[in-house]
Design a protein around this ligand. Structure first.
Ligand code: SAH
Ligand code: SF4
Ligand code: F3S
Length: 444
């Protein structure tokens, strides 16, 4: 039996694509290898969102390619760096057998066959209106939580972002296909589903891929309602949402759909209107705060997390202070924050004459993250003594006899348990609060 090892960098889109590749390769008899050193086929699924993740490709290849000298192994570069710089990579690494972008994932079996006779390079975008969303379910997804893609690409043009050029135009997946995949995952024991796309709120408003159900074109809130009805589903999440497109129909779902999770990731990027304008985010701080107020009115227990970019070109001290006050106002209970990283071909490169010195940017990032940690810790401390309903994910990685789980509000909770708890809802009384996790004892 041939075996495959897939190293995945980047976001849920890449995790999901890796799962689709595993599923399709399983049809050709491929099993999962534990280590790249054991595999007949090694795929590195890459991310180019910032410079750092992009560099990980090169260090990974540095460990894998030398193996070719001692044993036959096929090496493939997939994902966003392949899409962005496929031809260069193909030239730079003559020992790499395949280079292909996200739109070629559905062709993985053909490409692997083809690579037996010649090297393969496929970085073409697929025609949008016939874009085939692969339907196979990841054979290795033993987890209680599953992802289902509802959309590919992005039609926004945030000036810092490379995704529109690595993932192409925004295409919505037919609703019947989405619901069908949710059903199949739930049939396999998955109880928590996350619908994924770069801009889920505009689902159904752009190009719909052809296929059964294409004519129905539900909006995002209608799709949420359809998925919510799937019997056996217990928690419904989605990511990522754009604040500009968060309509009252989606807000109403927080009032009406009990399975919709108590958590929303709503990237804000900056608290300053001037910076938001230069990022071309098309919303203001006031709009963002209004969305938050409407969401909290609909679901007072909603936990909010966000993404922030620090040190965008031209960000003044006053602009950055606006991000800090926004953090204190909303009290996000988690965030991904990074220093701005210039990306090839993106519009913000034109602003680089106003680049923020890296020392200043790093200092701002540290200030932001320190306050973020404090707010998280304060929020978690209010939960000490409370009994939470926790969906057990499975044994904790480095903690014997401890199980790790998550609440609907996306809090990670560790408690005593075993493999047998996987997939169960357990009542846990919180005993200790840390910045990133909670710890407690089982009750009842
Ligand atoms: N579609 C999502 C975000 C996708 S990228 C949205 O619109 O919110 C994930 C995060 O990476 C972004 O929210 C942003 O905070 C960060 N990011 C993207 N490009 C970046 C860059 N050039 N430098 C630093 N961070 C970046
Ligand atoms: Fe990038 Fe903006 Fe699209 Fe998000 S919405 S993927 S940040 S262009
Ligand atoms: Fe990275 Fe591509 Fe996702 S650039 S963040 S893997 S869409």
């Amino acid at each position: 039996m041939p075996s495959v090892y897939i190293k995945t960098f980047g976001c849920q889109m890449n995790d999901y694509d890796s799962g689709k590749m595993r599923a399709q390769l399983a049809a050709d008899g491929f099993t999962a290898a534990e280590e790249p050193g054991d595999a007949d086929l090694v795929i590195v699924n890459t991310c180019s969102i910032r410079e750092k993740p992009e560099q990980k490709l090169h260090s990974f290849l540095g460990t894998v390619l030398p193996q070719k000298k001692v044993r036959p192994v096929t090496v493939a570069i997939a994902g966003c760096v392949a899409q962005m710089a496929g031809k260069e990579l193909y030239r730079k690494y003559p020992k790499v057998d395949l280079v292909f972008g996200p739109d070629a994932v559905h062709r993985i079996r053909e490409m692997v066959e083809e690579s037996k006779v010649r090297r393969v390079l496929d970085v073409d975008f697929f025609a949008e209106d016939t874009y085939p969303f692969p339907t196979d379910v990841d054979p290795d997804s033993s987890s209680v939580a599953g992802f289902v893609t509802i959309q590919k690409g992005c039609d926004n043009k945030c000036t810092f972002c490379i995704v529109p050029s690595t993932r192409g135009a925004e295409v919505s997946r037919p609703a019947d296909e989405v619901v069908d995949e949710v059903r199949r995952l739930v049939d396999r024991g998955v109880t928590e589903i996350t619908l994924i796309g770069q801009n889920v709120n505009s689902y159904g408003l752009k190009i719909i891929s052809q296929g059964p159900g294409a004519s129905l074109q539900p909006t995002f809130s209608e799709l949420l309602r359809r998925v919510h009805e799937v019997p056996g589903l217990e928690v419904l999440r989605y990511t990522t949402s754009h604040p500009r497109d968060m309509g009252d129909d989606v807000v109403a779902c927080y009032r009406e759909l009990p399975k919709l999770a108590d958590h929303l990731h709503l990237p804000v990027q900056s608290g300053s209107d001037r910076v938001l304008r230069r990022m071309k985010r098309y919303y203001t701080r006031a709009h963002y705060l209004d969305v938050v107020a409407r969401l909290r009115a609909a679901r007072p227990s909603l936990v909010l997390t966000t993404d922030v970019i620090v040190g965008f070109p031209g960000e003044s001290d006053a602009d950055f202070d606006e991000t800090m006050t926004l953090l204190e106002t909303v009290r996000f209970e988690g965030s991904f924050s990074f220093v701005y990283s210039p990306r090839p071909g993106t519009p913000a490169l034109r602003l680089l004459d106003e680049a923020i010195p890296i020392g200043v940017a790093n200092e701002r990032l540290q200030r932001f993250q320190a306050v973020q940690r404090r707010i998280q810790l304060e929020a978690h401390r209010t939960l000490v003594g409370a009994t939470l309903s926790v969906l057990a994910d499975g044994p904790a990685a480095h903690d014997e006899g401890v199980v790790c789980g998550r609440t609907s509000g996306f809090k990670t909770v560790n408690f005593p348990g075993s493999e047998a708890d996987r997939g169960r809802w357990v009542s846990v009384r919180v005993g200790a609060a840390y910045a990133n996790t909670l710890r407690g004892e089982r009750v009842g």
